[in-house]
Design a protein around this ligand. Structure first.
Ligand SMILES: *[C@@H]1O[C@H](CO)[C@@H](O)[C@H](O)[C@H]1NC(C)=O
Ligand SMILES: *[C@@H]1O[C@H](CO)[C@@H](O)[C@H](O)[C@H]1NC(C)=O
Ligand SMILES: *[C@@H]1O[C@H](CO)[C@@H](O)[C@H](O)[C@H]1NC(C)=O
Ligand SMILES: *[C@@H]1O[C@H](CO)[C@@H](O)[C@H](O)[C@H]1NC(C)=O
Ligand SMILES: *[C@@H]1O[C@H](CO)[C@@H](O)[C@H](O)[C@H]1NC(C)=O
Ligand SMILES: *[C@@H]1O[C@H](CO)[C@@H](O)[C@H](O)[C@H]1NC(C)=O
Ligand SMILES: CC(=O)N[C@H]1CO[C@H](CO)[C@@H](O)[C@@H]1O
Length: 426
């Protein structure tokens, strides 16, 4: 068997007899590495081991890895060259993420695999070029900017100690997948172009969006972003995130949900544990907007996805957010059901229920520590707040705002309830 550029080694270890190993290293000399990577994955991606040695791999076109009973050691980085014209041509990306028809330049599918990037490997997204270019251009959901790492139709996959530097758009997405473990993920979207200092030009660099997926575990994440740290979207069930640091951006989002009027979104059983929100240097990243927030579209559909929509139903239930520390977060906890809405829209019918917030500490940057603006058509029910101890700026009075909340435990709710200087109850 002859595969150019791939060293095929028959491993003779007793435990993995006949398991193949393919080892490659960057070709260098201005050559594209995509063909040799595809050849290695084709040869060793089913039942074998693929080793990408340290260094930078030159990724010039879209890439799909289909893996089964397989292990990939990614010691080096996949450098997706900056070529806006190329990547923005719809033919240059995959469209496997249904919601908002998002584009992907790198898709992994399959079952029973591990991709281990050993803390040294991952993706170089060259995001700075994208962010600076889009600094004065319109950014729309689904406009074709590619997701960096997409897991699509995966069962029992693991991604370990992976790093994405400069994602142009979402850092990760997982869709139509189940039993996925991400252990160790770093995403860095940090503007260094002084033209844009003090402004957020890294919109849409979400740490991850989960969609139509079940049993997704995220351990040991460190996300620097200008948008959602994690975004739990429609039909995500049994999601567990632990030890996540979110630096900048808009916080951990549930949603947006309710964008597709004909497709209800159900989100159930999401546990967030040991979460830290850190407000970065305002010159680099001006936002640290929420801790955890929930957003649905209104009950009126205006236009169609990817950019328009609304009027979708469904339910977000069984959310627990515990052991959360906040560093000057604007609004720590928020629910709103008017995402991209207009005055006069019908109220959303999508319901938020059984949400529990336990052991929250740290500081808020404004007085409204909790802002629950639920829908008249679907009031929030079974909300529980316990061990909340969040300080607000010294000269202000902490507030807990509730609109259309049918049942809440832990606080008195029924209008704007002021607390002096901190929202604190046990
Ligand atoms: C990547 O490959 C392309 C096509 O062969 C080449 O033009 C480009 O210079 C390479 N880039 C790097 C950094 O090697
Ligand atoms: C959930 O996925 C993990 C892998 O991340 C697996 O070990 C576990 O068995 C799965 N749980 C269920 C209930 O299938
Ligand atoms: C939490 O995750 C970070 C990586 O983001 C890691 O360095 C740290 O060791 C983890 N902490 C624990 C207690 O596992
Ligand atoms: C979510 O799952 C339900 C079935 O449980 C289905 O009816 C609905 O269309 C799905 N929604 C989306 C957005 O896929
Ligand atoms: C509320 O959510 C938690 C966490 O998902 C779950 O264990 C519990 O059963 C739910 N309670 C009800 C009444 O559904
Ligand atoms: C509360 O959360 C903090 C992290 O913010 C953690 O250190 C502490 O152990 C938690 N307390 C309990 C009782 O779990
Ligand atoms: C889309 C767009 O107008 N981009 C411009 C933003 O500004 C830089 C520098 O000022 C131009 O080079 C881009 O073409």
């Amino acid at each position: 068997m002859h595969i150019p550029g791939v060293f095929l080694i028959i491993a003779l270890g007793a435990s993995r007899a006949n398991a193949r190993t393919c080892t490659i290293k960057p070709l260098g000399h201005s050559q594209s590495d995509v063909s040799q990577i595809e050849a290695a994955i084709a040869a060793c991606g089913y039942g074998g081991t693929t080793v990408l040695e340290a260094g930078e791999y030159n990724i010039t076109r879209k890439m799909h890895w289909d893996l089964a009973n397989s292990h990939v050691d990614l010691h080096g980085s996949l450098n997706f060259v900056f070529d806006l014209e190329h990547w923005m041509d719809p033919a240059s990306t995959y469209r496997v993420i249904f919601i908002q028809s998002q584009a992907s330049w790198f898709v992994v599918s399959g079952h029973d695999f591990t991709i281990d990037a050993h803390g040294t490997g991952g993706i170089v997204g060259n995001g700075q070029h994208w962010w600076s270019w889009y600094g004065n251009a319109t950014r729309l959901d689904g406009d074709g900017r590619p997701v960096s790492l997409t897991l699509s139709h995966v069962a029992r996959g693991t991604v370990r100690d992976f790093r994405v530097d400069g994602p142009p758009f979402w850092c990760n997405a997982v869709a139509d997948s189940s039993d996925v473990l991400y252990d160790g993920m770093t995403c860095v979207s940090e503007n260094a172009d002084e033209t844009w200092f003090g402004q957020n030009i890294v919109w849409n660099t979400d740490g991850i969006d989960t969609y139509r997926s079940d049993n997704i575990t995220m351990l040991n994440w460190d996300i620097t972003t200008g948008d959602d740290c994690l975004a739990i979207k429609g039909n995500s069930t049994n999601v567990f995130a632990k030890n996540v640091t979110c630096r900048g951006g808009t916080g951990i989002a549930f949603g947006s949900v309710g964008q597709y009027y004909q497709l209800p979104d159900y989100v159930d059983n999401v546990v967030l544990e040991d979460i830290t929100f850190v407000r970065p240097d305002a010159q680099v990243q001006p936002l640290m907007e929420h801790g955890v927030y929930f957003k649905s579209w209104t009950g009126t559909r205006i236009g169609f996805p990817p950019t328009g929509g609304g009027a979708g139903g469904g339910r977000v239930s069984g959310v627990v957010a515990r052991n959360v520390n906040l560093d000057q977060v604007t609004t720590p906890i928020q629910v709103y059901q008017t995402n991209l809405g207009h005055p006069g829209d019908k109220p959303s019918k999508l319901q938020f229920t059984n949400l529990t917030f336990t052991n929250w500490t740290g500081t808020a940057q404004t007085s409204t520590v909790v802002d629950l603006e639920c829908s008249t058509a679907a009031p929030c029910t079974d909300l529980t707040f316990e061990q909340i101890n969040i300080a607000v700026p010294g000269d202000q009075v902490a507030e807990f705002a509730c609109v259309n909340v049918a049942s809440v435990a832990g606080v008195a709710c029924g209008g704007w309830v002021p607390f002096p200087h901190r929202l604190s109850f046990f």
